[in-house]
Design a protein around this ligand. Structure first.
Ligand code: TRP
Ligand code: SF4
Length: 400
């Protein structure tokens, strides 16, 4: 019924680094050959936390798109666009908000987490509370069924599934569906009817998968039910009726294999990054200054790669042979740390080379980027408008 469509977004909060490349972009680049892909700049999402720096957003948006293109995201394969240029996202967000319980939003784990983490900002705003619902609108408006995201975003995809289910339940019913389903429940007999209602409530309110399975089994076992009733009772557990908005699935991209210069997660806030398009001199200097196993004070002291962030880089960039060279050389003090770092430096520069070339083309002629995005926004808008038309009709808002 729905196309196998992939959608993901990224907030424009500065230029990207190699952690983004190894953790996210490489995956996008692979997916773009396998599925219909839509990738967008989540500038409204950036605004929910960075509303106080409107002067930088535009630069961040274009820098990020150039980073994507530099990394190898291909506008001939994937649709690239900017969220705020497709205002349909905002309309769907508003319409979904009519049936989204406040408690669901307050209970999303990132809500309190981020408020505490970014405590220097006032995030007790309506926009920030609605962050996950805006994300749901992003996903549901394209009826995307696969959403590549990191671990931290899984609750948002789960939330989106619940929102879709609720929307379909409230607005997707056949004429008189509820009445017919209620009549069918009575045919189960007093005891089973009661159990069915309990399980259904547990599933509808808490998303309890066990309750869903139990309710289905109960319907399965019920004898002497007219055919149509069985289907109604199955559908009614989840809301039933017509599915207007497809439930998406998170496509876990896994943690980035690329750690930061200090061995922690690579992140701008730890100041341990290598930029995707950072110049060669700076890359070389940063890697040469990387900390190593603290036991290697002198060149003649043996070390242990397991205690050294440079080894993590070898795991990303070196083949088996070179890894052995590191292991042996380090443990026997046969190689020095600068010697050990040299092939890593070369590998990073080599990886960046095609990126720098591609970026050069776009930096030289910014109209290329503008036209890629204009084209992507137009395509995205068409898809979004199709969904929105059905949503409006289902909600009784299709008068003209
Ligand atoms: N919240 C996501 C993040 O911080 C970005 C995002 C916004 C997104 N809308 C989305 C990701 C829709 C996937 C799908 O990474
Ligand atoms: Fe780290 Fe390599 Fe030095 Fe060993 S030789 S401590 S792995 S940089």
């Amino acid at each position: 019924m729905f196309a196998n469509r992939v959608l993901s977004g990224m907030r424009p909060t500065g230029t990207l680094h190699l952690g983004h490349y190894h953790g996210v972009l490489r995956n996008w680049i692979k997916l773009q050959h396998e599925y219909e892909c839509l990738f967008f700049v989540a500038d409204w999402h950036a605004m929910t936390t960075h509303y106080d720096t409107p002067e930088v957003i535009e630069q961040y948006v274009w820098d990020m798109v150039i980073d994507w293109l530099a990394a190898g995201v291909d506008p001939a394969q994937a649709v690239l666009f900017i969220q705020s240029r497709v205002p349909e996202h905002a309309e769907l967000h508003l319409l979904l908000s009519m049936v989204t319980p406040l408690g669901w939003l307050e209970r999303v784990p990132t809500y309190k987490d981020q408020q505490e983490k970014l405590s220097d900002k006032d995030l007790s705003t309506y926009g920030f509370l609605g962050y996950p619902l805006l994300q749901s609108a992003d996903i549901l408006i394209y009826r995307a069924n696969q959403v590549p995201v990191g671990e931290d975003q899984v609750p948002h995809v789960e939330f989106t599934r619940e929102v879709a289910r609720r929307f379909n339940h409230v607005f997707g019913r056949e004429q008189g569906f509820e009445q017919k389903a209620e009549t069918a429940i009575k045919k189960l007999g007093a005891k089973r009817s009661r159990l069915y209602r309990q399980l259904r409530t547990r599933f509808m309110e808490k998303g309890d998968a066990g309750a869903l399975a139990a309710a289905r089994a109960l319907v399965e076992e019920a004898q002497n039910l007219p055919m149509g009733d069985r289907e109604r009772l199955f559908g009614y557990i989840e809301g039933g009726g017509k599915v207007i908005l497809a439930e998406p699935r998170a496509l876990l991209t896994g943690a980035s294999k690329m750690p930061g210069l200090d061995g922690q997660k690579m992140s701008k806030s730890y100041d341990n990054t290598l930029g995707l398009r950072e110049d060669g001199e700076s890359i070389t200097r940063k890697i040469r200054q990387m900390p190593t196993d603290p036991a290697r004070v002198k060149r003649s002291d043996p070390g242990d790669p397991a205690k050294c962030p440079v080894w993590q880089f070898h795991l990303v960039y070196s083949d088996e042979k070179r890894r052995q060279w590191v292991q042996q050389g380090c443990r026997s003090a046969g190689i020095g740390c600068l010697e050990c770092k040299q092939p890593v430096i070369e590998a990073v520069l080599e990886e960046q080379k095609p990126m720098r070339e591609r970026a050069g083309k776009y930096l030289e002629d910014p109209t290329l980027v503008r036209s890629i995005i204009a084209d992507g926004c137009e395509k995205a808008r068409k898809l979004a408008q199709d969904t929105l038309r059905e949503v409006r009709a289902a909600m009784g808002l299709d008068y003209s």
